[in-house]
Design a protein around this ligand. Structure first.
Ligand code: WQD
Length: 325
C-alpha cells in the first residue's frame, strides 16, 4: 500500500518520509513554497503542486494507488496567521477539505492529520490532555482545530480510519541536511542571535513558573516521525480508528533552561540572554500529557533536550558556516 505524504519536502515532513519509506512505498506532494526537493530520500517520487488542486490530487491518488494519506502540508506561523487569517484558512482549511474530498472519492482508507498544540490556546493545567478544552488564540490554531473536526467527520462518513496528531514544540534533526530552515521558533531564533554575536532574547521572566520564563514541551523531530509510523500502523490495523493524540514528552522545559542548554552546546557562554517584555499570546506553560499515545500506540519519546539542541546546531552550522566559533 502506498502512502501520500503532503508537505513531505518540509522540515517535519521530510523526517516523516524518512521513517515511513522504511515501511511502505511513499509518494510526496509538496508545493516547495518552504520545502526542498533535496530533503527527500533518493528515488522518492515527488509531485510538485498544491492540495488545493483537485485535478492533480485525483491524478496522484489514482496513478500511485494511494491507500493512506499523511497530511503535513500547511502554513504554520502563528504571527503570520494573525496578519493573514484568510490566507491561513484557505491553505489550511480549504486545502484540507479539497484533499479529504479527493480521498473520499478515491476510497482512501486511512488519513493522518498534522495538528498542533496551538489548538489549546492558554491551557491552565499542569499537563495538557487531549480532553483539555481547546480555545485557540490564533487563526493558525483555529485552522488546526477546524481541521481536526473535518478529518473526524470525513472519516466517519466515508469509512476512513483517522488520527489527528497534536505536535508540541518540535526541534532537532535526524541529520544536519534535514535541519529546520525556518527561524520562527526558540531554538533557531537563539542560534540566529548567537551567529550575529548578539545576546539571546528571553520574552518575559515574570511568569508564574519556577524560573519565571515560559515552559514548553520540546519534542525531537525524529520522535515526531516515529509517532507517525506508529499511528499509520494503527490505522492499518483498525479501520474504524478515530484518534486525537498529543505528540509530546510530558517533560516541561523553560526558556531559560533551553537557552542555557544552547549556550552549553554551542560554547557561546560569552553572550548571556537579555530579558525583554512578554510576547503577546504566550501561555506560561504548555506541556503534554503523553499518556494516551503511549496507551494507544505504545509510543514514547526517546530523545532528550541535549540531543535536540546538538542536532539542531549541527544543521544550523551546515547552513551558516560562520556560526561555528
Ligand atoms: C517558545 C517560547 C517564547 C524566541 C509555537 C506554536 C506552536 C508550534 C510551536 C506549530 C515562548 C520564547 C522564543 C525567542 C523567547 N508551532 N521565546 N525568545 O510559541 O511555544 O509555539 O511554535 O505547530 O503551534 O504556537 O513556540 O518557539 O515560538 O516559543 O523567549 O527568541 O520561547 O516567548 O515562550 P511556541 P516558540
Amino acid at each position: 500500500m502506498t502512502w501520500l505524504i503532503t508537505g513531505g519536502a518540509g522540515y517535519i515532513g521530510s523526517h516523516v518520509v524518512q521513517e515511513m519509506v522504511r515501511q511502505e512505498p511513499v509518494v510526496v506532494l509538496d508545493d516547495l513554497s518552504t520545502g526542498r526537493a533535496d530533503r527527500l530520500p533518493q528515488g522518492t517520487p515527488l509531485v510538485v503542486g498544491s492540495v488545493l488542486d483537485r485535478e492533480l490530487l485525483d491524478r496522484v491518488l489514482a496513478e500511485h494507488a494511494v491507500s493512506g494519506i499523511v497530511h503535513i502540508a500547511g502554513k504554520k506561523q502563528v504571527a503570520e496567521s494573525v496578519r493573514r487569517p484568510l490566507h491561513y484558512y484557505r491553505e489550511n482549511v480549504d486545502g484540507l477539505r479539497t484533499l479529504l474530498e479527493a480521498a473520499a472519492a478515491a476510497g482512501v482508507g486511512r488519513f493522518l492529520f498534522s495538528s498542533s498544540a496551538a489548538v489549546y490556546g492558554m491551557p491552565d493545567v499542569d499537563l495538557v490532555t487531549e480532553d483539555t478544552p481547546c480555545r485557540p488564540l490564533s487563526p493558525y490554531g483555529e485552522t488546526k482545530l477546524a481541521g481536526e473536526w473535518m478529518v473526524a467527520a470525513a472519516g466517519s462518513a466515508h469509512g476512513m480510519a483517522t488520527a489527528s496528531l497534536r505536535y508540541f514544540n518540535v526541534a532537532g534533526a535526524a541529520s544536519p541536511e534535514l535541519g529546520d530552515d525556518g527561524v520562527f521558533n526558540l531554538v533557531p531564533m537563539v542560534f540566529e542571535r548567537l551567529t550575529a554575536d548578539e545576546s539571546p532574547r528571553v520574552f518575559g521572566n515574570d511568569y508564574e513558573t519556577p524560573d519565571g520564563t515560559c515552559v514548553r514541551d520540546y519534542i525531537h523531530v525524529e520522535d515526531v516521525a516515529t509517532a507517525h509510523v506508529a499511528a499509520a500502523r494503527r490505522l492499518v490495523e483498525d479501520a474504524t480508528a478515530s484518534l486525537v493524540l498529543n505528540i509530546g514528552s510530558g517533560r516541561g522545559v523553560s526558556v531559560s533552561e533551553m537557552v542555557a542548554a544552547i549556550q552549553d552546546i554551542t560554547g557561546r557562554h560569552d553572550l548571556s540572554p537579555v530579558v525583554e517584555g512578554r510576547r503577546p499570546g504566550d501561555p506560561a506553560r504548555v506541556v503534554a500529557s503523553a499518556d494516551r499515545i503511549r496507551r494507544e500506540l505504545g509510543w514514547v519519546y526517546r530523545h532528550d533536550v541535549r540531543a535536540m539542541v546538538t542536532s539542531a546546531w549541527a544543521g544550523w552550522c551546515l547552513r551558516h558556516p560562520s556560526a561555528r566559533t
